[in-house]
Ligand binder design. Structure first.
Ligand SMILES: Nc1ncnc2c1ncn2[C@@H]1O[C@H](COP(=O)(O)OP(=O)(O)OP(=O)(O)O)[C@@H](O)[C@H]1O
Length: 303
């Protein structure tokens, strides 16, 4: 069997001449947490709805567990748990009762309810009515619903939307624990890089329905240029000097950013010191992932 749990080939969705998902080829590996990243309106939910068989692709194919979703929808659905947008529940019923409804639909074991309540840390609240739950607790209940029946693949669409920092932290910890605890593959979407950065093994970044990058975030950062940040007393003058020595240098705030890596740090330093500049500090700088993400998705936006 392939090590890919989700594989899409040129997945495309068109609504009345508008194409929110455009030739998307995603690869999600078994046992990983895959961060599906993109700004609002990038096409994440539409993609997820196709992965769950809730809407039909206009073009392309979805393969899950090495099988075509179009031909094995029911068989695949039994092994996939999901939370798309906000969870649905009955406020006048308790957490336990809500899960009992889902459990019956799935024909899952009764002890599955207590086990999932434990995982999402709602055990002590299980006999309280859901209308009294906080937003974070409702979200955790939604994840518990998705976990019933021990799915092999869990798909969560923006599970931290609307939560406060503590709630975000809790959901994040919960997601991180799942692959090992439940031998599961997780795809989690978000429009916030920082949320995914801490938990995902690999990411797929989309904007305007197109895949811009897929892989480890460290690889994305490696692709960004390195600069030397040089702190000197008179940066304007130092920039001119380095320019005449053949370097591209730009002043930003009180520092100078030179297009060079650490192998040239000593040479840059020598140029400056020999010309009478006091150099206080030289360090190698890369763009933050946040900057790279914003640039990448902005570029796609302006096409
Ligand atoms: N049924 C539909 N008919 C027409 N347009 C749609 C339909 N569903 C989604 N869209 C449009 O497709 C685009 C992508 O939406 P989608 O919800 O997939 O993005 P998203 O990345 O999940 O964004 P968000 O984070 O804001 O939910 C949006 O412009 C949306 O308005």
């Amino acid at each position: 069997m392939s090590s890919l749990v989700i594989e899409t080939d040129n997945l495309t969705k068109t609504f009345k001449g508008f194409t929110p998902v455009d030739s998307l080829s995603l690869n999600v590996k078994k046992g990983e947490i895959y961060g599906f990243l993109g700004p609002n309106g990038a096409g994440k939910t539409t993609t997820i709805r196709m992965l769950l068989g809730l809407i039909r692709p206009t073009k392309g194919e979805v393969r899950i567990f090495d099988k075509s979703l179009a031909h094995h929808r029911i068989e695949i659905a039994k092994k996939v748990g999901s939370l798309v947008e906000s969870p649905s529940y009955y406020g006048h019923l308790t957490g336990y009762e809500n899960l009992e409804i889902t459990r019956k639909l799935l024909n899952a074991d009764r002890q599955d309810i207590d086990r999932t309540l434990e995982i999402v840390r709602l055990t002590e609240w299980k006999h309280k009515k859901v209308k009294h739950y906080s937003l974070g607790m409702k979200q955790r209940l939604g994840i518990a619903q998705a976990l019933l029946g021990s799915p092999e693949l869990l798909i969560l669409d923006e599970p931290t939307n609307g939560l406060d920092p503590a709630g975000i932290h809790e959901i994040r910890d919960l997601i991180v624990s799942l692959p090992e605890r439940m031998d599961m593959t997780v795809l989690v979407s978000s429009h916030i890089l920082r949320e995914v950065e801490l938990i995902a093994d690999r990411v797929g970044i989309i904007s305007r329905g197109k895949l811009l990058f897929e892989g480890e975030l460290a690889k994305l950062q490696e692709r960004s240029e390195v600069k030397l940040k040089v702190e000197v007393e008179r940066p304007d003058e130092a920039a001119r000097l380095l320019f005449h020595a053949g370097y591209r240098a730009r002043k930003k705030e009180h520092a100078l950013y030179v297009e060079a890596d650490r192998s040239l740090a000593a040479e840059v330093n020598r140029h400056l010191v020999l010309a009478g500049h006091d150099v206080f500090h030289i360090s190698e700088e890369r763009k933050s992932l946040e900057d790279i993400f914003l640039e990448l998705t902005k570029e796609a936006d302006s096409v």
